[in-house]
Design a binder for this molecule. Sequence first.
Ligand code: SAM
Length: 226
Amino acid sequence: MRMRKKRHLEPRMERCAPVLLARGRPMDNLKEAAENYRALLDLPQIFGNENPVELEVGCGNGAFIAEKARRFANVNFLAVEICTNVILTAMERVLAEGIPNVRFLNIPAEILPCYLPPHSVEAVYLNFSTPLPGSTHARQRLTSPRFLAIYRDLLTADGRIEQKTDSEFFFDDSLAQYEACGFAVEDVTRDLHHSEWAAENIVTEYEANFSAKGLPIYRAVARVRQ
Ligand SMILES: C[S@@+](CC[C@H](N)C(=O)[O-])C[C@H]1O[C@@H](n2cnc3c(N)ncnc32)[C@H](O)[C@@H]1O
């Protein structure tokens, strides 16, 4: 079901300008855009400090990134979300709560290299990305080889991806892709909420829904292999 466009979307987006770093697609061809278009952000200048930067891809309503930023005031957070209707909620949340260390990009993750300098990010969070089973949409999966190549270039030498999902298929496919694409898999659990990482876990909107249905949550870390 398509989500109805939010009321007063454009004026509300304008009010979010202080936390919105980029919006839209610079070109129709995403591959060409990622290779040829550059509007690289000066992250220390934007955040006003040299703190490490972490990135969530597909931030949804922003509950995760807002809580992360509250818990870790000495880390700067970026959140990417393709859907304007959705990122608006996340940005309004961060502005309303006066959280200083989060900024947003309303772009497809495919063009992150247009905006983020190489090796500028210490962690990439993938929370409940759409599993897209079957071969037709395999390239769109956020852990497909083309996305892993993008994250690898953005991550620092010992950077990591942290993934959570409710989909066993997507999880197993992702673990195989990590190993094949230059990442070492660690800290794997197939039942996060009953694992050693449960206490520090920040529950996302989708995670709460899946968990309420009794589904286990899968979680892994994939670290850049030296
Ligand atoms: C299933 S939702 C999960 C939202 C949130 N992370 C959570 O756990 O509650 C996945 C989100 O990823 C976004 N998304 C999907 N593909 C994307 C892409 N290529 N670039 C940026 N965002 C994307 C979708 O618009 C959607 O909001």
